[in-house]
Structure formats: C-alpha cells, structure tokens
Write a protein that binds this ligand. Sequence first.
Ligand code: GLP
Length: 253
Amino acid sequence: MEVVVASNTDEMAARTADIVDAFLRSGPSPVLGLATGASVQPLYRELVRRHREESLSFATARAFLLDEYVGLDAGHPQLYRHVVRTQLTGQVGLPPACLYSPDVHATDLEEECARYDGRVRRARIGLQILGIGRNGHLAFNEPGSAFDSPTRVVRLTETTRADNARFFGNPDEVPRRAMTQGLGTIMEAGHLMVIASGAAKAAPVLKVLRGPIAETVPASILRTHPRVTLVLDAQAADAVMNCDVARMRSATR
Ligand code: GLP
C-alpha cells in the first residue's frame, strides 16, 4: 500500500487531484468511482478549479456512486447523488447520464442491488475514490460485513448515524438504512485511493495498517488489494504515529 502524507488541506487536494487528473488522461473512456463525505471535499473543489482554469475534462468519463441512503425523499439534498452533483459532477461537465447511482426508490430494492452490482462490475472502475469511517467502514460496509459482499441494503450503525448527523438539520433525520457497493464489489476496482483526514481517523487507519485483516474492520481488506493509495493529512498522520508509538511502547513493556 502506498501511503502519502499531505502537510495541509491544499496539499492533500493537490496530491489527490493529481491522481484523478492522471487517471482521466490515461485512456479514452475513464470510469471513476465516487465517494461522499468531508474528506473528499477538498479534492472535489480542486477538480472543479482545474476544470475551470486548466481545462481538465470529464467529457468522456463515466462515474459510479459508492453508496446511497435509503429512506430519504427523491428531492432530499442529502441524497448522495445530489451531493455529488452539487460538489463535483454538475460543475465539471460530466454528462448527467454518465453519473450512475443505485435507485433507492425502486420498488424491489433487492433486484436493484443486483442490477447495480452487475453494472458496476461490468463497467470496471479504474479509479475508486474512498473515505474511511471512524469505525473502519468503507462506503457503508459496517463492521462485520463479509469481505466478499456484493451491493446490498444495510443497516447503519449508531456511530455512523451520529457521525453523519452533521450533514442533517436534525440527527433523527439521518436514515437508518443505506444501499452500498459491497466490499467484494469495491475490490474489483483497478486502483483504490483512500482519503483520511483529521485525528479521528487515526484509530481506523492504524488498524488498517497494522491490525489483523478481519471483517470486524472492513477497511482492513485494503491490505489485500494490489493497488491502494492511502492519503493522510497531517492531523491523521500525526495521530497515527502517536498511537503507533504508544502501541509499541506498551508491547515492549
Ligand atoms: C460516509 C460515507 C463513506 C465515507 C465516510 C467518511 O459514511 N458513506 O463513503 O467514506 O462517511 O466520511 P467523512 O469523510 O465525512 O469522514
């Protein structure tokens, strides 16, 4: 796993945008996987800037969403397909028909999960952008998710609901369920770029780097993928180092 440490938000945005930029220029029809959350926002702002000021083009790209809430009205601004359109795809000229997301309002959700899973796998995502949850989740694959899981409807943990409450007016509004690409689906992407920012991400990052590869820490599956770039900001990296030193001290006592 390649680990990149960025000293500040601007550097993090630039380093991650360089990876997306190179990927978009690498072939005639790039397929991107998109995540949502606070950690990816500096990257998306930088991509929008490069599109406007440096002609970075998304015109031939297709993009697939990682996950989506179940239970919000179709017009709710926190539906990830709206969030990603507002923060990125609607501002960089990615044709709306080329942004794919699971239809969480379908009458048969199980059938929709299978349809979306097949579509993602057939499309062969070249670069998948990911965040990591405080509890080690990837997309909405909460602790205990099977490493070979496909796209499915999941129940969100209270930790995840509490963490995501900052995006909602009222914490009770945070949905209890979501549709998520499975860990098995995500692992099919060619390159996984994982962004972790802030000291609160130190614990899951340390588990990913040093802990056992186990379904109790979904993101530990990253160690089995042939191409992962983990990008940490200074706060996350410092906190990882401090935890690691403390861990080594207690192990040698
Ligand atoms: C949400 C998303 C994940 C994301 C995670 C981290 O739960 N479903 O895909 O990686 O949060 O988000 P943040 O970057 O806001 O900490």
